[in-house]
Design a protein around this ligand. Sequence first.
Ligand code: IPD
Ligand code: CA
Ligand code: CA
Length: 260
Amino acid sequence: MLKTTLLNAVQAGAAQLMHYYNGSFIISNKEGVNNLVTEADHAAEKAIIEVIHNDYPDHFILSEETGEIISNSEYKWIIDPIDGTVNFANGIPLCCVSIGLEKDGEMILGAVYAPILNELYFAQKGFGASLNDKRIHVSQKAELIHSCLVTGFPYTYLDAPNGPLPVFEKLIRKGIPVRRLGSAAIDLCWVAAGRFDGFYEHHLQAWDSAAGFLIVQEAGGKVTDFEGNAFSVYQPHVLATNGKIHEELRAVLNGGEIKM
Ligand code: IPD
Ligand code: CA
Ligand code: CA
């Protein structure tokens, strides 16, 4: 069953994450300063792909460190073996395994497992979202000015007009708390759990958002690009909110002022 395979796969990845956490491991640099990949990312990815291939040898796989294992299957597993690698490498517990499953281009299952926090988020299209088997819902906050937000920063485009720094500055100058956790998958899950009212990020990859996107939607939230279009994991801009502050935050991302 697909759900069982998904949960076994996140557990297998998380076992590798835990094996290396706070221990010693090889760290290499990808493009960009401090854009890291560790031995643990590769070990987690190998373990995850093994589980999926054992159960479904013909399925398409898109995984951060390996890239694509192409097949003409209608099913595509989108894998981030460790999201929050910089946290992981520094012994900061905000890191997780994130896996989404698409069928015919639609996300149908998602799981994010942060083993050090003991938090397993899961969603199935049309069946809601859960944290450790308990249903979760987005927050009810209706005004941006009273919201608690989270974001992340890319390695480039920081100063672009309406880019990450100008938007961040505009929000914090109005006193709106904007956190930066360092794991987009956890950011999305914490919107789903109602801890944050909204999340935005200017430059994500499919594996960062695949599972979390479905988890937010199934928790009653809204996910779009910055124009308000239906979200696709294959474009970089992610705006995920409780739905109530969506338009207000979307306007700010496009140069609008914050209502007091
Ligand atoms: C990163 C994290 C971070 C986000 C970066 C991602 P990684 O993923 O999700 O929060 O700001 O854009 O690349 O490299 O830790 O898997
Ligand atoms: Ca990631
Ligand atoms: Ca990663």
